[in-house]
Design a binder for this molecule. Sequence first.
Ligand SMILES: Cc1cc2nc3c(=O)[nH]c(=O)nc-3n(C[C@H](O)[C@H](O)[C@H](O)COP(=O)(O)OP(=O)(O)OC[C@H]3O[C@@H](n4cnc5c(N)ncnc54)[C@H](O)[C@@H]3O)c2cc1C
Length: 476
Amino acid sequence: MTSSLSSADAIVVGSGPNGLAAAIELARAGLSVTLIEGEAQIGGGVRSAALTLPGFVHDVCSSVYPLGVASPFFTSLPLAEHSLEWIHPPTPLAHPLDDGTAVLLERSFSATAASLGEDGAAWRMLLQPLEEEWPQLAGDILAPLHLPRHPLLLARFARHALQSAQGLAEAQFRGLRASALLAGLAAHSFLPLDRPASAAVGLVLGLLGHAVGWPIPRGGAASLSAALAGHLLALGGRIETATPVRTLDQLPEARAVLLDVTPRQLLTIAAERLGPGYRRQLRNYRYGPGVFKIDWALAGPIPWQAAECARAGTVHLGGTLKEIAAGEQEVWRGRHPERPFVLLAQPSLFDPTRAPAGRHTGWAYCHVPNGSTADMTEAIERQVERFAPGFRELILARHTRTAAGYELYNPNCIGGDINGGVQDLRQIFARPVPGPCPYATGSEGLFLCSSSTPPGGGVHGMCGYHAARAALRSLK
Ligand SMILES: Cc1cc2nc3c(=O)[nH]c(=O)nc-3n(C[C@H](O)[C@H](O)[C@H](O)COP(=O)(O)OP(=O)(O)OC[C@H]3O[C@@H](n4cnc5c(N)ncnc54)[C@H](O)[C@@H]3O)c2cc1C
């Protein structure tokens, strides 16, 4: 089949942060690159849209980027020259409790310790040694399995990270406040909090709160994608949108093809190019729970009972570790919790471009079983109301999307899974299959570069970067 697409040394399919990162790294190495996106708008999980009322800008998927500012790859790019401006809310994260107070993850250890009471010193002892050496640690953990450059540091991280979040909290903390904070951070992993290694994501997000903050891009998530795309174009790359790739036959000749897709799509797009053993392993790849998300247009700021929540870009709603763990366990068993753990962002408090003057936006999601079509609006709004009485009266409009709806919006969100597959101890290393180069597919010149490869989900571009390096090595 002949293709109407531009031929190039390298073709990247999919313009999520990992596809964009892969394309940039290939172009930086001097290759001609064409990036092909199925949708009309680039960005994958990093897009913004007017989902509710005129003048309100909402982040359709991701919104807050600790891994983005911590990414060794993104920080090596001149993204500010392409109008990317990070806004740092004064407090990265707030976690309100039923007693009317809130635990705060602040940039400073002293301020965080003050909010943690009896466990302040334990929090500092757990995270400060890792935070101080974050740049070294980043190179070893935001990468595929390899001989570590800083083995002692990695061992110190792994000693805690390989524990369950519940086990780590029991071993380190005496009170409810630090345990609740850790539980909310660890729940980003989508794992039950009693699973080995469920502490890992919590530790990383906690130490990033101190090391780099949890910023948002001025203007919305799409500003980050636009900056990455701007840099790619400046390097001579080309971008073709509204071109879904159903088979590799659609693509022009290229020395390397990198796919920003998950294993299930890889099996459809490239089945005849893949060996039977590799295909079998891809079929066994596991996807995790999905998300149900709401975007609100609000008449005013969220009226938090603990007023300090208004200093935070992100707010975790779910109370104690016990309650959060129970909710996450329910989801893992295929049920919809009545009191789900809710991740909420309030970007317009810090970025006036997101809403008309005096108005605000709210962004929140909870975890649900994979493929769920359930509407969790009531359950989520009940959780917000619990910590911000009067919230419902501020709602001018809302937009909701179910887990199943996410897969329709972005084919990489299989059943609403936003991480490109379960990130448990086994699958974080064997991602998507065990082997020395997780990006290679066994078919010459064909690579996978999505979050279904190491280091996994989140907006950091490191999967794309490492996949591009693997492709470049193969071309030598
Ligand atoms: C609701 C939600 C909230 C999130 N919140 C955060 C957050 O706050 N912070 C954070 O760091 N992460 C967050 N994430 C996760 C983050 O968005 C993802 O981990 C990240 O986007 C993965 O990047 P990717 O490049 O691997 O894939 P994606 O971003 O999913 O991009 C894949 C792209 O490939 C395209 N594509 C797929 N198949 C084809 C095809 N056959 N032909 C052509 N194009 C194709 C898709 O259209 C899409 O544009 C969130 C995700 C969701 C959905």
